[in-house]
Design a protein around this ligand. Structure first.
Ligand code: ADP
Length: 334
């Protein structure tokens, strides 16, 4: 379930679970999306049929997996979890599909990374609820069509644009998740603090939300580090100055930028004199895969006005130069 991402501090794969809301009501923020999904699920329940297939799209850590689990939970059906990279052959997917029970949810994380043959098999299965199972090998092999019960695929992707259009067209509903505004993250931090039993003083949730890069997963992770700080320093109530001290230890930037974000900004500004620079050159300079730079890092930097994308490449803005403590080149756009 992990997404490729570069986090400033350790990954905590299991502990994501304890903070996951179970019902749509507990899912914080994204009000429009929640209303759409609520209607979509209510209609399916009322008609007593499994809902159409759903695509969750957006950067890592914004709640795609959480929404998939909530969907299954709200429908009262089991959820089967797999991912694009976990499926190496079309046969792997065929055997998952042929074992699904009626109404079940099949969650496919990183669905844009399915092998081509599996993709084709999937969209036939999604459309016709049928899978062709190959029997035997070589010239004597034959395929037997197998009818599947109705089920719901929930795909998650950080790169919707990479999904072939026949596959994309099979989804009846696409949920676009975007970075969370500060007030929503603040609520999320308060909820998580209550779950973890951390007493936050006035202004502490805000302090955390400002540094969370618009991302629930990061907010929860920072909160855990702050909880460590409180434990070690025997604090009953964690006040904003304690939050700041704790996060300073982990070198969390005042804008919430992480190591990779900063590396990218440094590269554009210093190595390429502010840009424009192409994605591949930039990725090579920071030692990351182009896909990671493009899907994990850039959306946030662009959205916060540190970087702009131009036809010639990525360009650092005045805000980026100043954030690094440098004076912008004369011709840099505001
Ligand atoms: P994604 O699948 O998009 O990478 P996840 O669904 O795994 O992200 O979310 C990461 C963590 O953030 C989850 O453990 C969940 O606890 C929390 N989370 C994400 N979105 C929300 C939300 N809207 N409300 C509450 N918690 C959330």
């Amino acid at each position: 379930l992990r997404m490729v991402s570069s986090q400033p501090i350790g990954n905590e794969p299991v502990s994501d679970e304890e903070l996951r809301p179970q019902v749509l009501d507990g899912f914080i923020g994204q009000p429009r999306l929640k209303a759409q999904l609520q209607l979509f699920l209510d209609a399916a329940r009322k008609r007593e049929v499994p809902p159409d297939h759903i695509l969750m799209s957006g950067p890592p850590g914004l709640g795609k997996t959480t929404l998939a689990m909530i969907t299954a939970n709200e429908l009262g059906v089991p959820i089967r979890v797999t991912s694009g990279p976990a499926i190496q052959h079309a046969g792997d997917l065929a055997s998952i599909l042929s074992s699904l029970d009626a109404g079940e949810v099949l969650f496919i994380d990183e669905i844009h990374r399915l092998p081509r043959a599996a993709e084709e098999l999937l969209y036939i299965a999604m459309e016709d609820f049928r899978v062709d199972v190959m029997v035997g090998k070589g010239p004597g092999a034959s395929s037997i069509p197998l009818t599947l019960p109705r089920f719901t695929v929930i795909g998650a992707t950080t790169r919707e644009g990479m999904l072939p259009s026949p596959l994309r067209a099979r989804f009846g509903f696409t949920a676009h998740l975007d970075f969370y505004p500060r007030e929503e993250l603040e609520k999320l931090v308060e909820r998580s603090a209550a779950v973890l039993g951390v007493m936050l003083g006035d202004g502490s949730a805000q302090e955390l939300s400002l540094r969370s890069r618009g991302t629930p997963r990061i907010a929860n992770r920072l909160l855990r580090r702050v909880r460590d700080w409180a434990t070690v320093h025997d604090l009953d109530i964690v006040r904003p100055d304690a939050v700041r001290e704790a996060l300073a230890l982990y070198q969390i930037d005042s804008e919430g930028l992480d190591r990779l974000d900063l590396a990218v900004l440094h590269a554009v500004v210093k190595s390429f004199n502010g840009g424009p620079v192409g994605l591949n050159n930039l990725a090579a300079m920071v030692g990351e895969e182009a896909e990671t730079v493009e899907t994990v890092c850039e959306p946030y930097l662009v959205r916060e006005g540190f970087l702009i994308r131009t036809p010639k490449g990525r360009v650092a803005t005045t805000k980026a130069w100043e954030h690094l403590g440098l004076t912008p080149r004369d011709d840099v756009s505001k």
